[in-house]
Design a protein around this ligand. Structure first.
Ligand SMILES: NC(=O)c1ccc[n+]([C@@H]2O[C@H](COP(=O)([O-])OP(=O)(O)OC[C@H]3O[C@@H](n4cnc5c(N)ncnc54)[C@H](OP(=O)(O)O)[C@@H]3O)[C@@H](O)[C@H]2O)c1
Length: 282
């Protein structure tokens, strides 16, 4: 991975931190997109020491804010003219409905819209760096349908449903992106990292927190959870492979609904409208 530049979102903790570390060990320049400066700096310092790689950059952005994503892209493009691997790893699982500064339900905004917007805005930079790869960290937790009226859980919020809907939408967007990027030299794939002990449920409280802690006792380590992200980012085995879903470094099937191209096109238009990206022609 020497000479390659990789952006990893949510690189200060869990699966993202290990992904950034392992790519650093492989010699890549790693740009860590993090929300919090203190936590980001702490992780960057650990990654530099552990990997012996000095080319680890920290850039701040709040993926719940479209303005912040756009600013990140402008700042990134001032510093770097290439991007070989974009890993949309950051994600949230919330117990309550919150709206972002853009007035969008937060789980959908961070888990689906942020990877959509960031990938689209960075396309020109990726195109200058082909062969380039986009990797979306999704989940095996998927819905069997997409109800467009419920995308943002406006009437009634159920944590698990909002999370699984956002990840199903991310898989649909990944496949639609792959169709649009066909022949461009940019590949895009998604993955389920496996049930992994991380901070993903840190906002849980009370009895749910108690049971989650017990269940997470059986979960794999972040090192195991990062294996497929690292594989998709760096392995020559997946050069040219696009529009696939992986579990444990192997192609797998996602839920039937994710292969519905008319749903994917409609979802793409919804995401483009919500992020004001209509003018972008991929
Ligand atoms: N753990 C699992 O079992 C599991 C299973 C399936 C899929 N996943 C997916 O794996 C990915 C990584 O999650 P994880 O399990 O490693 O959890 P994690 O340790 O909580 O990592 C999530 C990362 O996302 C960042 N993030 C959250 N909101 C953000 C925002 N508004 N702007 C920028 N960054 C933000 C977090 O930053 P802060 O630390 O500053 O909040 C953190 O770095 C997620 O997409 C998750 O949905 C996890």
């Amino acid at each position: 991975m020497k000479e390659k530049i990789c952006v990893v979102t949510g690189a200060n903790s869990g699966i993202g931190k290990i992904t950034a570390l392992e790519l650093a060990k492989l010699g890549a320049t790693v740009v860590m997109l993090c929300l919090d400066e203190g936590q980001g700096e702490e992780a960057r310092s650990e990654i530099k020491t552990e990997s012996g790689n000095e080319s680890i950059d920290l850039m701040l952005a709040d993926l719940s804010s479209q303005q912040s994503i756009r600013q990140f892209v402008l700042d990134y493009q001032k510093k770097y003219d290439k991007l070989h691997v974009l890993i949309n790893n950051a994600g949230v699982n919330l117990t309550k409905r919150y709206e972002t500064v853009d007035g969008i339900e937060r789980v959908f905004a961070i888990n689906t819209l942020a990877p959509f917007l960031l990938s689209n805005l960075l396309l020109n930079t990726l195109k200058k760096s082909i062969p380039a790869r986009i990797i979306n960290v999704a989940s095996s937790v998927q819905t069997t349908s997409i109800n467009f009226d419920k995308l943002q859980s406006k009437k009634y919020f159920r944590s698990w449903k909002a999370y699984s809907r956002s990840k199903t939408a991310l898989i649909l967007i990944t496949y639609e992106f792959a169709r649009r990027l066909s022949g461009s030299g940019i590949t895009i794939n998604c993955l389920h990292p496996g049930f992994t002990k991380t901070n993903i449920t840190h906002n849980y409280k009370g009895i749910i927190k108690f049971f989650t802690k017990i269940i997470f006792g059986f979960a794999q380590s972040p090192e195991e959870g990062a294996v497929t992200s690292i594989y998709l980012a760096s392995s020559p085995e997946v050069e040219g492979v696009s529009g696939k879903y992986f579990i444990n470094k192997k192609e797998a099937n996602s839920k039937d609904i994710t292969y519905d191209t008319s749903v994917a096109k409609k979802l793409w238009d919804v995401c483009a409208n919500l992020t004001k990206l209509n003018h972008i022609n991929t």
